[in-house]
Ligand binder design. Sequence first.
Ligand code: PMP
Length: 399
Amino acid sequence: MTLLDKFAPLAELRGALAASGKVPSVATPMDAIHSATEGVIDGRTVLLAGTNNYLGLTFDPECRAAAIKAVDELGTGTTGSRMASGNYAGHRALEREFAEAFGWPAAIVFSTGYQANLGAISALAGQGEFLMVDADSHASIHDACRLSMATTIRFRHNDPENLARRLERLGEEAKKTLVVVESLYSVLGDRAPLTELVEVTRQHGAMIIVDEAHSFGMYGPKGVGICAELGLLDRVDFVVGTFSKSLGGVGGFCVSRHPDFELLRLGSRPYIFTASPPPPVIAAARAALSRLLRGDDLRAQLWKNIGRFNAAVTRLGYRTGSKDPGPVTALVFGERQDAIAHWQGLLDAGIYTNLMVPPATPAGLNIVRISLSAAHTDAQISRMIEAFEQLAARLRPAA
Ligand code: PMP
């Protein structure tokens, strides 16, 4: 037995997936990227429908220009953490801009979305305190729980009653609890019953943090997210987000309606012990944030694409992971082979999507995940629909 032997079952799964098609679905090699919606895989130009580029801002002229200007003026990296040499004017300005977007007093920028969860959650709840976490949370949330010294309790996915029972069981200790949920779950694209979850949290005197990684930019007034859409910004305590999806970059943020949230800078290890984001990353994120707050044009195009695509796959008999159409469409298959055949068939038709199979999926589901973008043109959406029409005629669409 060596330390590496434990990876054998994962290598076997990767081998099985690779054997089912000419390109392995895990770590698909992107040889080149031409635009927000086109890239090159295995020497072929493909339509990208498996990224998180929801607003298509990776190639936005303003974002690119801002990044280039920042590299020219400030260099490629900060080479230090925010606590040391990496606390530039741009980082501080971006934090103010996030706080203003939410109408809240406090915001902290982290180097990735993963670290935003790690940094906020692990610092907010410590020894003798509690984390009450939705069971289907993203890995960064589960890892944050491991880093925290708090007692972690999972509640059933999207189940406010189950959360209520667990909080009740804590009695007075519920007041020392942080409830952690996502607004829109990234694998199935399902929405949390946020109003109910927030209500239960408040009834028990706990606090709640909402990860809006897949909804910030796309929902609510000015795109600020689902908490804003539901009018919950006076009751939610913290919102986490990432730059790596609608903002088209890399980085993360956490905003709060509590001014004291700023104090986390002094005690959050994932904030303190890592280099701050490079100047071009911050400049591009500022330009992207300003772009998405400025108008609803990108959101309108995205929602038009979502409406057309979802109507088509539903008409063709595909089962989706969520009743609410959104930027993530998860097509659910009963058999792993059906999901693989669809994923491969789409790639053969020049369309890249995500294949997700157990153990990486909730409830052991086999999923082809399609993410739509405001940058997808009407013609590209038509191409996707035509590909599904042909696949549905050849393969079994539903579970
Ligand atoms: N939270 C959720 C819900 C996510 O889906 C992701 C990324 N997939 C993250 C956090 C981490 O974000 P990033 O990739 O920007 O580090």
